[in-house]
Ligand binder design. Structure first.
Ligand code: AR6
Length: 231
């Protein structure tokens, strides 16, 4: 319904003015609950067969690089299962770094239902897409295009017809999309990661020198895209 988006807008305004009792100010520490939040899946590690150890190093490295540049905005790595290997690797590696756990954490849930099923407000979600920026194909791409309805395909086409690997593209989600009205998602950022799956286009044949470089570029491009929305 429209009411969620309205509710969220109101509480953001409250957060800025810091006046209401409902307000999430406790002493001088401001709650991050209504902060701009990017939920992102682990790029390339399922259908694209990218090595999980290497991917988890890169995720933690890039989060560490960006998290303090983003003000009070949050980054959340999401996966479907409690047993997700990539989530546990990233959690363990992030714990060894000096990363603020309010600004970066992992979350188990469907990225298209984070608010309705998980109570987590994420105004921006990332999609691990394909080079044609087309719906379907399985994984998180199929889930996001399906949950967002045709409005996302139209809005995506208006921005670009294809994407190079290592790049991301920010797509504002029309308010007619159920992801906007039901989940409070205002933007989808499509990201194309490196592909190690011989059954998919542009396979890198286990060239992890290239692959890691492209995955780093993909996360930089994703987080730069999120920063451009937050600003
Ligand atoms: N919610 C949260 N996480 C998810 C969801 C979901 N609904 N679905 C999958 N994941 P993948 P890739 C996690 O395969 O490896 C597509 O067909 C999943 O467990 O979606 O970059 C595209 O069209 C994993 O951790 O993306 C491309 O052709 C992560 O999301 C290709 O797959 C990424 O898995 C891209 O492959």
């Amino acid at each position: 319904t429209q009411s969620h988006a309205t509710k969220e807008k109101d509480s953001n305004q409250v957060l800025e003015s810091c006046e209401e009792p409902k307000m999430a100010c406790v002493g001088s520490s401001i709650s991050f609950e209504n902060s701009p939040t990017l939920a992102f899946p682990s790029i390339s590690t399922a259908d694209f067969h990218f090595n999980l150890e290497k991917a988890s190093d890169i995720i933690v490295e890039k989060v560490e690089e960006y998290v303090n540049k983003l003000g009070n905005a949050r980054l959340v790595l999401v996966d479907l299962s409690q047993n997700s290997k990539i989530l546990s690797l990233v959690r363990a590696k992030a714990a060894e770094k000096n990363i603020d756990s309010k600004k970066f954490f992992t979350f188990v849930g469907n990225i298209t239902k984070l608010y309705s099923e998980g109570g987590l407000h994420c105004n921006v979600i990332a999609n691990a897409t394909n080079w044609r920026l087309k719906p379907g194909g399985g994984g998180v791409n199929a889930a996001i295009f399906s949950a967002a309805g045709p409005a996302l395909e139209t809005a995506t086409k208006a921005k670009a017809g294809s994407l190079n690997s290592g790049k991301a593209i920010v797509v504002p989600l029309p308010s007619s999309s159920p992801l906007f009205s039901g989940e409070g998602v205002t933007h989808v950022i499509h990201v194309l990661g490196p592909n190690m799956n011989p059954q998919r286009p542009n396979c890198l044949n286990n060239d992890y020198v290239k692959g890691c470089k492209i995955l780093r570029e993909a996360y930089s491009s994703l987080f730069d895209g999120f920063a451009s929305i937050v600003r």
